[in-house]
Design a protein around this ligand. Structure first.
Ligand SMILES: C[S@@+](CC[C@H](N)C(=O)[O-])C[C@H]1O[C@@H](n2cnc3c(N)ncnc32)[C@H](O)[C@@H]1O
Length: 219
């Protein structure tokens, strides 16, 4: 289930232009640069699948990659197609509805700001989907707000205010991702935005998690 606050100011963040302005104000541009350089690290030509891609804001930072994005919000996808339609393929719909037969496997599955909008059952589903789509040496990278012992009061408060109702601790994100991949690592960063905010970067390798589930892509 998607678990999200939808009233008042939260509704505004569903509007692509307002979401983008909000992100810019907080230093989202620098954060994306840093996330790509340090944590996502796409090789040139990598095939990247973005679950919950929003309006494709990460795409300009990824360099020369083959990009596929999917998002529930049709307005975000319309915006993504208008701006980046020549650089990627975008689908409106649930992450589980991607037309698998049209795409091969991916080197990276990224999931930026999405897991904290999903309850545990849906995160497990997403992680299994990611695993299915990843090449044998592929990587999964998720980024979400986090509750972390000792974090700044403002960072904790902002995490509580988030429209996603499933902000977790780093071990909780790690456990959910490890459930699908057999491995996971987390890094907590308090320095990505221009205000006190704590992000958890959760990643996993497709290699070490045992055999991949059968996939139409394998036949
Ligand atoms: C906080 S936004 C992040 C958007 C984008 N990844 C970014 O970094 O700007 C979370 C996104 O997840 C999308 N989302 C939530 N549940 C989803 C689902 N089940 N399938 C696809 N997208 C989903 C929402 O529509 C929203 O655009």
């Amino acid at each position: 289930m998607m678990v999200q606050k939808t009233s008042g100011i939260y509704q505004l963040t569903q509007i692509p232009a307002i979401y983008a302005a909000f992100q810019r104000m907080l230093g989202g541009e620098r954060a994306r640069q840093e996330l790509v350089a340090t944590h996502i690290r796409p090789a040139p030509g990598a095939r990247v699948l973005d679950f919950g891609c929003g309006s494709g804001a990460i795409l300009p930072y990824l360099g020369p990659v083959e990009y596929v994005g999917i998002d529930l919000n049709a307005d975000h996808i319309a915006q993504a197609k208008a701006v980046f339609g020549d650089r990627g393929t975008f689908y409106a719909g649930d992450f589980g509805s991607l037309p698998v037969e049209q795409h091969g496997t991916f080197d990276l599955v990224v999931c930026l700001g999405v897991l904290h909008h999903l309850d545990d059952a849906r995160v497990r589903e997403l992680v299994m989907m990611a695993r299915r789509y990843l090449a044998a040496d592929g990587r999964f990278v998720a980024v979400d707000p986090v509750f972390e012992p000792g974090q700044a009061f403002v960072a904790r408060w902002l995490a509580k205010l988030d429209s996603g109702k499933c902000v977790r601790t780093a071990p909780q994100y790690a456990g959910l991702v490890k459930g699908g991949f057999g491995n996971s690592t987390t890094t907590v960063r308090h320095d990505l935005l221009s205000l006190p905010y704590s992000h958890c970067i959760t990643s996993a390798n497709a290699t070490t998690g045992g055999p991949r589930r059968p996939n139409v892509l394998d036949s």
